[in-house]
Design a protein. Structure first.
Length: 307
């Protein structure tokens, strides 16, 4: 049974005339009459008494009219609600970012910018536990409009977001600093570069994360070889910070994330500035994304970008 058959029947019940009802439904009278006949065959009952002038409904037709009106009304309401949801989804900006950037830069910069522009943003909180490749897949599969992430030349997987198909804008800078807990005298519990006899226990980033290749690349380029022994690895900077604060070892952490701990002395730096890893904070989008809200937000990002 087709929905338009119900609409035809309702029009016929209202006009009580095949020709006028056909005009109302914008079809020819033969086509309209055939659809009413198909409806009756589907219901296996006569709905229209064609022997009266004007036409009248049979008792079964009267009952069926109530159901037809209810069904078509419910379908119209459902369609309207679905279209409303679609419009809301299209007006939203789908956003993905790492946990450390969500806790810091997103709330400090991105969210206030959206509020000023009166744009609705939908952050996929599942992305806070993703590996680097998951972010790339979400962007290439058009499952997200914008990606906020760290950038470093050693992050090879970001090359998949090539300049032909994706745009990026640098909106900030960050530094990964080597942090350790302090001893009772307020001194670093470990100091770089460490020694071969007593390597420094190292809480590293998981190899699948954004930050792992950046730290590895930077350490390999140091004049002094750091003597580190991996104690544990994690995908979250916040989890690494917690282990470092407990004195388990050294970890390279975003400076924004540890600023308070450094000020209060619960954490301290384990080495000079040459051990710091410089990063950029970038936002990516697909060039073929023509969502007007995304384009408006992107222009605002460019206006506030670093030169």
């Amino acid at each position: 049974m087709e929905i338009r058959w119900l609409e035809d029947f309702i029009a016929l019940a209202k006009t009580r005339h095949f020709s006028r009802a056909a005009d109302e439904q914008n079809v020819t009278q033969p086509t309209f009459s055939r659809r009413i006949k198909l409806l009756e065959e589907e219901m296996k009952v006569t709905l229209i008494d064609r022997n009266t002038l004007p036409l009248s409904l049979t008792p079964a037709g009267e009952i069926f009219l109530q159901s037809a009106e209810l069904i078509t009304r419910q379908l119209r309401d459902a369609k309207a609600r679905c279209l409303e949801i679609k419009e809301q989804e299209q007006s939203q900006i789908r956003f993905i970012t790492t946990q450390s950037l969500f806790l810091g830069y997103y709330r400090e910069f991105v969210e206030p910018l959206c509020q000023r522009l009166e744009l609705r943003i939908d952050v996929n909180m599942k992305s806070s536990s993703w590996a680097g490749a998951d972010f790339i897949n979400a962007m290439t599969a058009n499952e997200s409009d914008l990606m906020l992430c760290f950038w470093h030349p050693a992050m090879g997987f970001l090359k998949e977001l090539d300049e032909e198909n994706f745009d990026s804008v640098t909106i900030g800078r960050e530094i990964l600093v080597p942090c350790v807990a302090t001893d009772k005298q307020g001194r670093p519990s470990f100091e770089l570069p460490g020694s071969r006899k007593q390597p420094i226990p190292y809480i590293a980033y998981d190899d699948a994360t954004f930050l792992a290749p950046a730290v590895q690349h930077h350490l390999q380029r140091q004049h002094e070889v750091p003597q580190l022994q991996i104690l544990a690895s994690n995908i979250h900077a916040a989890s690494i910070k917690a282990m470092v604060k407990e004195g388990f070892g050294i970890g390279w952490l975003p400076k924004r994330l540890v600023a308070d701990s450094l000020n209060y002395g619960t954490l301290t730096l384990a080495g000079a500035v040459n051990w710091n890893v410089p990063l950029e904070i970038r936002v990516y989008r697909a060039r073929n994304n023509i969502n007007p809200n995304v384009l408006q937000f992107w222009q605002a990002l460019k206006d506030n970008a670093l030169s």
